[in-house]
Design a protein around this ligand. Structure first.
Ligand code: NAI
Length: 311
């Protein structure tokens, strides 16, 4: 059944999340506090879908209908009117998110399910000033939301299981790969693992074991290529848990467990070497190499999705 869904925040994530729901057949209202952010929503969604059509991920003749399901407004009350589900994708700021959820609760029907796309903030904290906390949960999409399959659906201690079920089903029906996160912990599931890996990558550079480029070469040419087929848990079963235990007994004391960020990472930031944003970071980047890397990533994601859908 088609829902009416409000997406609050028309930025990088918000417009892409709106696209996912519209492509899933739902009516979507996008709201943003900055009207100029709304002016390009249709254009951005059309451009994303047009590129996806080249890979057979959407039928080109379906694009106008999908885009037509999305409307935009700067008026929060209008966005909330009749909304079954709201997904918040505003800036990553706890106070602003808390204030928004209190307003959403006042403006939406009692039955509406309210979701936050926060990357790292506790859903429990975001929900804390609200009254109907049982209808609040996390829906953590990955960037770009229309290409990366995972959505972490996060339950707080107060979230109603029926709301979790509705959102899990909605995400599945929209072609996403939702996973249920049973505890509202910082980093949820995938970012905890991603940043454990990044911490070790930076520690290897800090310790002079190899340079930054070599870290990425090593990952991309070893376990990196296995990951789409074999996650770390199935991989442990494959190599044998006795061997995994022996390796962990030996190696864990040598792996970085620092609770503070890498010294080299901090030095780069203090020197305003921010990566793509400034042209240098762990590596040097030109406008051409930045464009080439972004393009390679988008192409890789679309080819992978196209292969998955054929399989
Ligand atoms: P963005 O900066 O591109 O967009 C945020 C939008 O929210 C802007 O258009 C801004 O005008 C609007 N906004 C700010 N305050 C508002 C308010 N009170 N009411 C309505 N609109 C408001 O940010 P982005 O990257 O889209 O991130 C949005 C959320 O998604 C954040 O919580 C972020 O942590 C999370 N997220 C971001 C990812 C990423 O890769 N950028 C990945 C996963 C989650």
């Amino acid at each position: 059944m088609a829902n009416q869904i409000a997406v609050i925040g028309a930025g990088l994530m918000g417009h892409g999340i709106a696209q996912v729901f519209a492509a899933g057949g739902h009516r979507v209202v996008v709201q943003d506090a900055v009207p100029v952010a709304l002016a390009t929503v249709h254009e951005r969604i059309t451009a994303n879908l047009t590129r996806m059509a080249d890979y057979g991920l959407v039928a080109a003749d379906a694009i106008p209908e999908i885009v037509g399901r999305v409307t935009c407004t700067a008026d929060l009350a209008e966005a909330c009117r009749g909304a079954d589900i709201v997904v918040e994708a505003i800036v990553e700021n706890l106070a602003l998110k808390q204030e928004l959820f209190v307003r959403l609760e006042a403006l939406c029907s009692e039955k509406a399910i309210l979701c936050s796309n926060t990357s790292v903030i506790s859903i429990t904290k975001i929900a804390s000033p609200a009254k109907r906390r049982e209808r609040i949960l996390g829906t953590h999409f990955w960037n770009p939301p229309y290409l990366v399959p995972l959505v972490e659906v996060i339950r707080t201690e107060e979230t109603d299981d029926a709301c979790m079920d509705v959102i899990m089903t909605l995400m599945r029906d929209c072609g996403k790969q939702p996973v249920r996160v049973n505890k509202d912990v910082p980093g949820f599931i995938a970012n905890r693992m991603q940043h454990a890996l990044w911490r070790e990558a930076f520690a290897i550079i800090d310790e002079g074991i190899c340079d930054a480029e070599t870290v990425d070469v090593a990952v991309r040419n070893s376990f990196g290529i296995r990951l789409p087929v074999l996650g770390p848990v199935a991989n442990a079963d494959l190599v044998g848990l006795d061997l995994t235990l022996a390796i962990h007994d030996y190696i864990l004391p040598y792996i970085d467990a620092s609770p503070t960020p890498s010294a080299t990472l901090r030095r780069h930031v203090e020197a305003k070497e921010l990566g793509f944003k400034s042209g240098s970071g762990f590596q040097n980047w030109t406008p051409e190499s930045i464009a080439e890397t972004r393009n390679k990533l988008a192409t890789h994601l679309m080819e992978m999705l196209a292969r998955q859908r054929k399989a």
